[in-house]
Design a protein around this ligand. Structure first.
Ligand SMILES: [Zn+2]
Ligand SMILES: [Zn+2]
Length: 453
């Protein structure tokens, strides 16, 4: 495992600086900071893992995401930063699942716990495999990636410092922090929380939601996106919930308030390399990278994400105007895609959602017997591990801007859907078969007691 290259003399001052910053930003109580920095000066007992973690959090703070006035974007920015620092964003969801399976996590009993070194093994597999797929010059530092990810996940899910983490939590976190389409991640999750007839198990969904919401909590956004039993109960009606019901609710726009950061995080990943040849009216930069926000009232008034997220305006434009979020640029032609609506109260105003973009999957789990000939262990389409960006051609409508920086969250409403190519349909069919096989394996594992793992 890589160690921090810090000699003992510099060690104390590094810790002290990090503590000071964490303390200033409210991440660390005065007692904690004083206690640990004094201990460092005396005996240097602070574990390397803790130092790395604090450094990571300190670097995140340095990005100044906290000035973003929308909790949804703020949280997505922080999680995206962590994805990149740990290089999890380079590992495709399907490769991540393979790493989980290679280390036997798929045959563990429900509720099984792992020791930190078992988590390290999973991550070592995932990052080592990644290095085999990318050119040598793009290889990631496996030890460092493993250490950072392990430390962060342990801090997020092992709040009592028992040295153990639930296998299920590992799957939830790694799946959602890897790259790939949200719908694929959710389909994998559904295989873990449904029964052999393809119906959602409510208690497992509850556990899933709880673990999923540990992610925003781990970047200090737990107050904006909090788990509650009541919220969990209202996700689905009483009827049996199929994979399509699940996907429909989980990708709905507006989605449930506690999950609004999730599609935003996935959109953010897809829009990162998009450049709009349009000037930002607030900061005057000549082109806009990432999200672009266009006023629905002012003629041809565009803002870059940096300005919009921070509430910057110019001229006659005001924060009260409706805005539309764009993830692509098309000159002269009408922008295609869906729109969302944002509001102060974060509560969905209608039940519309992005169904038109969702593929439809069989409600019942597919039989796996005849599939071994058809489905490779890893779908061919993921072997290259490239980002699966098919979703950058929509835009989002935003209305009723928040009145104050204290405002937290967004309300979104789907208006129309984008088009999917037949290539994507093929990919979805392939993934559907693959997910069905995973589901069968998971169910087998659950129904077979005392499987060694
Ligand atoms: Zn700007
Ligand atoms: Zn305007």
């Amino acid at each position: 495992m890589e160690t921090l290259d810090v000699n003992e003399h510099r060690f104390a001052s590094v810790i002290s600086d990090i503590n000071k910053e964490l303390q200033t930003k409210g991440y660390l109580s005065e007692d904690e900071a004083v206690g640990s920095s004094m201990a460092v000066e005396m005996t240097c007992p602070v574990p390397k893992a803790k130092v790395q973690l604090r450094q990571l959090m300190s670097e995140m703070r340095a990005q100044n995401y906290d000035v973003i006035i929308f909790a949804t974007y703020r949280t997505a920015c922080k999680l995206r930063f962590l994805q990149k620092q740990t290089h999890l964003h380079q590992i495709d969801i399907w490769n991540m699942i393979e790493a989980v399976r290679e280390n036997g996590l798929h045959v563990l009993e429900p509720g099984a716990e792992l020791e930190a070194d078992r988590l390290e093994h999973v991550l070592t597999t995932a990052f080592s495999q990644l290095n085999k797929r990318v050119p040598l010059t793009q290889a990631v530092p496996v030890d460092r990636c493993v250490a950072l990810t392990t430390n962060w996940l342990m801090s997020a899910y092992d709040r009592e410092s028992t040295g153990h983490i639930r296998a299920f939590a590992v799957k939830v976190a790694l799946a959602h922090l890897s790259s790939g389409k949200l719908v694929d991640k959710l389909r994998y999750m559904f295989t873990l929380i449904s029964d052999t007839t393809g119906h959602l198990i409510r208690a497992k969904f509850d556990e899933y939601l709880r673990d999923l919401l540990m992610l925003p909590a781990a970047v200090y956004e737990g107050t904006s996106f909090r788990y509650t039993e009541e919220a969990s109960r209202t996700f689905f009606d009483t009827k049996p919930v199929t994979v399509n019901d699940f996907l429909s609710v989980m990708t709905a726009i507006p989605g449930r308030q506690c999950l609004m950061w999730l599609p935003a995080l996935n959109r953010m990943a897809h829009v990162e390399n998009v450049v709009h040849p349009v000037q930002c009216e607030a900061c005057r930069r000549s082109s806009i990278a990432g999200f672009r926000y266009k006023c629905r009232r002012c003629c041809n008034y565009n803002l870059c994400q940096d300005c919009f997220w921070r509430g910057r305006v110019s001229g006659n434009h005001s924060n009260d105007h409706d805005m539309k979020e764009h993830t692509s640029f098309r000159s002269g032609s009408k922008q295609i895609g869906r729109s969302i609506k944002k509001s102060l109260d974060c509560v969905p105003s209608s039940k519309s959602h992005g169904d038109s973009q969702l593929p439809h999957f069989p409600d019942k789990p597919q039989k796996t017997l005849d599939m071994s000939f058809i489905v490779p262990p890893t779908p061919a389409s993921v072997l290259l591990n490239g980002p699966k960006d098919h979703s950058s051609t929509h835009s989002l409508e935003i209305a009723s801007l928040p009145q104050s920086p204290q405002t937290r969250g967004l309300r979104k409403r789907a208006v129309s859907g984008g088009t999917e190519s037949s290539h994507i349909d093929d990919e979805h069919r392939l993934i559907a078969r693959y997910a069905a096989r995973l589901a069968a394996d998971e169910n087998k594992a659950v129904s077979t007691p005392r499987v060694a793992g």
